[in-house]
Design a protein around this ligand. Structure first.
Ligand code: HEC
Length: 151
């Protein structure tokens, strides 16, 4: 077995583990949602639909990676790039949020590029990087919310 082949298996294992982690993190995340009425419920609803699209695209990319389907990877990555570009204008959060969003977009662009070039190893790494950035932003948002409610 060549080294490259071995590396692919390691990557595939990591990708699958992080995919599982994302699903679990997302479950815990939805359960954690505060039940109280929020004044900007409509915006929250839009954000929810928006994020669900990100989750869908992310799943599509994982499917593309596991079946070596570069078109599926590029398709999902393109959706992520477009969504994060729209987000920058849509969300009026603070500088930090925009920074998270910008970094996520850059990673999604790298993923798109790797998918288009059929570089599956690089695409796998970029997908993991993008997934970590989903989680990092969520962690930041939750932290900011706790800080807000303590005021
Ligand atoms: C720049 C910040 C940011 C990034 C990056 C980000 N999210 Fe989110 N996400 C949010 C915010 C803000 C919410 C809403 C938080 C809340 O209401 O608790 C959210 C909520 C969600 C939700 C819950 C939606 C619901 O039904 O309420 C899902 C699912 C989700 N994100 C998936 C993803 C995925 C998958 C990615 C990466 C591919 C991602 N997000 C990247 C900021 C981000």
């Amino acid at each position: 077995m060549s080294n490259k082949f071995g590396l692919f298996f390691v990557l595939a294992a990591v990708v699958l583990t992080s995919g599982w982690y994302l699903v679990e993190a997302n479950k815990a995340f939805s359960d954690d949602k505060p039940k109280k009425e929020v004044p900007d419920a409509k915006r929250d609803l839009e954000q929810s639909t928006f994020m669900r699209k990100k989750l869908e695209a992310s799943g599509q990319i994982l499917e593309g990676l596991t079946t070596e389907n570069s078109e599926l990877i590029a398709k999902g990555a393109k959706i992520l790039v477009e969504l994060s570009a729209a987000e920058k204008f849509q969300v009026q959060h603070d500088v930090m949020y925009r920074q998270f969003s910008g970094e996520f977009q850059r990673t999604a662009k790298g993923l798109l590029d790797a998918g288009e070039k059929k570089n599956f190893d690089l695409a796998a790494l970029k997908w993991m990087d993008a997934t970590m950035k989903c989680l990092e932003c969520h962690k930041f948002v939750r932290g900011a919310r706790i800080a807000d409610s303590a005021q």
